[in-house]
Design a protein around this ligand. Structure first.
Ligand SMILES: Cc1cc2nc3c(=O)[nH]c(=O)nc-3n(C[C@H](O)[C@H](O)[C@H](O)COP(=O)(O)OP(=O)(O)OC[C@H]3O[C@@H](n4cnc5c(N)ncnc54)[C@H](O)[C@@H]3O)c2cc1C
Length: 243
């Protein structure tokens, strides 16, 4: 069983976002980057599955050299080896094309349900379409039975259990498992595991950022005495014009 796990490197959620070059480039300086939390889950589950059934887990990231520390973290968690497609990820379509290009030899492609920076939730569907493989999206449980994938998905008021033949693309939803924390032995071993840097394909290189804008700053909180309902009504009526 060969599993390819897609790992997106994203800014920590406490990051203060700024832009450069006339608001056309995200300013990476001083930003703390982390492994996308949903990808930590899919990687952990891929490791658990191969530890039971045998096989290998390869991690793939589309990114520049500054993503290497996060890729090494994935190797320290237990991945066998890693691929970094040496490119600045531009959008979901471009990222999916890079993954599809590398994925053909694998039995399973694991992704997160979304990357927490651009929140597209689209890469997994695009990869599946490009490879013409089935997709099981937002899985909360993933198992392998008789060379098939059996996965559960939360649906309105219940759960859905789906099966798919291999090869297949699966995206991880929270609750899939507890993310694995690298131990000291893993960290030492990760230093000598292969991290193969490959060139990007120019397929689907369509978009260019024209401008970034931050949302308008929120106005300050107005404290109203709990006993002073009249002031609250006055604000809601005359300032906020809610009625
Ligand atoms: C500094 C910087 C600037 C960026 N600027 C832009 C930009 O301007 N516009 C833009 O759209 N994107 C930009 N990206 C890329 C962005 O991080 C995503 O990789 C890409 O846009 C896909 O995002 P998404 O929300 O559609 O992914 P989703 O569809 O939400 O991701 C789903 C899953 O796909 C996989 N995946 C996503 N991205 C990657 C990746 N890069 N490598 C491996 N697996 C991945 C992960 O498993 C993830 O859980 C930038 C990234 C960085 C680090």
């Amino acid at each position: 069983m060969k599993i390819l796990v897609c790992v997106s490197v994203v800014p920590d959620t406490t990051t203060k976002i700024t832009f450069t070059d006339n608001d056309t480039v995200f300013n990476r300086s001083g930003v703390q980057f982390i492994m996308n939390p949903y990808d930590e889950l899919s990687l952990t589950r891929a490791l658990e599955l191969t530890e039971t059934t045998g096989g290998s887990v390869t991690v793939i990231t589309i990114g520049e050299a500054d993503t290497d520390p996060i890729i090494r973290k994935a190797l320290a968690m237990g991945a066998t080896d890693a691929i970094r497609v040496d490119a600045s990820p531009k959008d979901g379509m471009y990222v999916a094309a890079q993954i599809a290009e590398q994925a053909k030899e694998y039995d399973l492609v694991f992704t997160g349900r979304e990357s927490i920076d651009y929140n597209g939730g689209q890469v997994q569907g695009l990869v599946a379409e490009m490879l013409q493989w089935p997709l099981i999206n937002v899985a909360t449980q993933i198992d392998l039975e008789n060379n098939e994938v059996v996965a559960s998905r939360d649906i309105d008021g219940g759960r859905e259990v789906v099966k798919s033949s291999l090869p297949c693309v699966i995206s991880a939803q929270k609750d899939l498992c507890e993310p694995r924390i690298p131990n000291m032995r893993g960290i030492m071993m990760a230093r000598s595991k292969p991290l193969n840097v490959v060139a990007a394909t120019d397929k689907y290189d369509y978009t260019k950022v024209s401008k970034y804008e931050l949302p308008p700053a929120k106005s300050g909180v107005k404290m109203i005495d709990a006993e002073n309902a009249e002031q609250l009504i006055d604000i809601l009526h005359n300032e906020e014009k809610l009625f």
